[in-house]
Design a protein around this ligand. Structure first.
Ligand SMILES: NC(=O)c1ccc[n+]([C@@H]2O[C@H](COP(=O)([O-])OP(=O)(O)OC[C@H]3O[C@@H](n4cnc5c(N)ncnc54)[C@H](OP(=O)(O)O)[C@@H]3O)[C@@H](O)[C@H]2O)c1
Length: 276
């Protein structure tokens, strides 16, 4: 099997301050890759970078950037111009459960930039750099983190499920388009990975149908799929089995109800905070 190190010396990871992105940082640093760590929280990125540099002797660079803004991706592109990047992990993302019409259009546009347009911008800028490497011992790779929710429209998360479907289809198509140029593309479809997003969405861990999978396990499993040249990967065996067995219409209803409860939890939390 191809080794992670052949995608070095540098990997770029967006959303590296937390959750799945942070787990990618740990996994790739352990394999010996130098890391560009991008997100909004400079302090958290610095802490991740310093810990991993100390632990694995790698180099790191922190890029503070808001990827919900149109110029976000170009900030990363400019900050890495002098580096030999072999792997892009376009992971940053987020959302908010609730009815589409209860959310403002400017907010929805920002989240469309974060969850879809930024992936396009990064792929468009980095793919030519990865293709140019073209040497048998130095490979190019792109990991796009979409979501399990991209597999169907989700009531109470209509916007994110649609934006993530863009990322899924983009990556699935590019897997084939870029293969002849020696660039591997794999899309991750997480649906139940234990990160702070579960709390941010107002989900109650004890009522989830499947126990969330630790982020380090999800990333380790994903990287095996990436190195095997898979097009897409859903972390967690139970999630994969459930996806295969559950009719699409049932998945839409079940997840929609769960996200409706999550949206109400967030509203209750908000009103509890507002009380004197
Ligand atoms: N965990 C799951 O089961 C699950 C399910 C579906 C989809 N996903 C997807 O997986 C990816 C990683 O999420 P996670 O679960 O690891 O959640 P997380 O722990 O909340 O991490 C999200 C990461 O994205 C960064 N980010 C958010 N908004 C950003 C912005 N405007 N600009 C730059 N960076 C931003 C955050 O950093 P800062 O806050 O420092 O900017 C953080 O590093 C996301 O794309 C998410 O949609 C995860």
């Amino acid at each position: 099997m191809v080794e992670i190190l052949s995608y070095g010396p540098w990997a770029v990871i967006t959303g590296a301050s937390s959750g799945i992105g942070k787990a990618f940082a740990e996994h790739l640093a352990a394999a010996g890759l130098d890391l560009v760590l991008a997100a909004r929280s400079t302090d958290k990125l610095q802490a991740v970078g310093e810990t991993l540099s100390r632990r694995y002797g790698i180099a790191h660079r922190v890029v503070t950037v808001d990827l919900s803004q149109p110029a976000g991706a170009s900030t990363i592109v400019e900050a890495t111009e002098d580096l030999d990047v072999g792997l892009l992990v376009s992971n940053a993302g987020g959302g908010r459960p609730g009815r589409l019409l209860d959310q403002s259009l400017p907010d929805l546009h920002d989240r469309l930039t974060l969850n879809a347009v930024t992936h396009l911008d990064l792929v468009h800028a980095f793919a030519p750099r990865l293709m140019a490497r073209g040497h048998v011992h130095r490979r190019g790779g792109i990991v796009l983190v979409s979501a399990h929710g991209a597999l169907q429209g989700l009531p109470n998360m209509a916007h994110e499920s649609a934006a993530k479907a863009y990322v899924l289809n983009l990556g699935e198509a590019l897997h084939h388009e870029l293969a002849p140029a020696g660039v591997s593309v794999t899309v991750m479809l997480p649906g139940n990975v234990d990160t702070p997003i579960i709390d941010a969405f107002g989900l109650d861990r004890s009522t989830l149908p499947i126990r969330p999978q630790p982020a380090d396990r999800a990333v380790a499993e994903f990287m095996t799929a990436f190195l095997k040249g898979r097009t897409t990967h859903i972390p967690g065996r139970l999630m994969r089995v459930m996806t295969r067995l559950m009719p699409r219409a049932r998945a839409v209803r079940m997840n929609g109800r769960m996200l409706g409860r999550a949206a109400r939890n967030l509203t209750d939390r908000g009103s509890a905070r507002a009380e004197p």
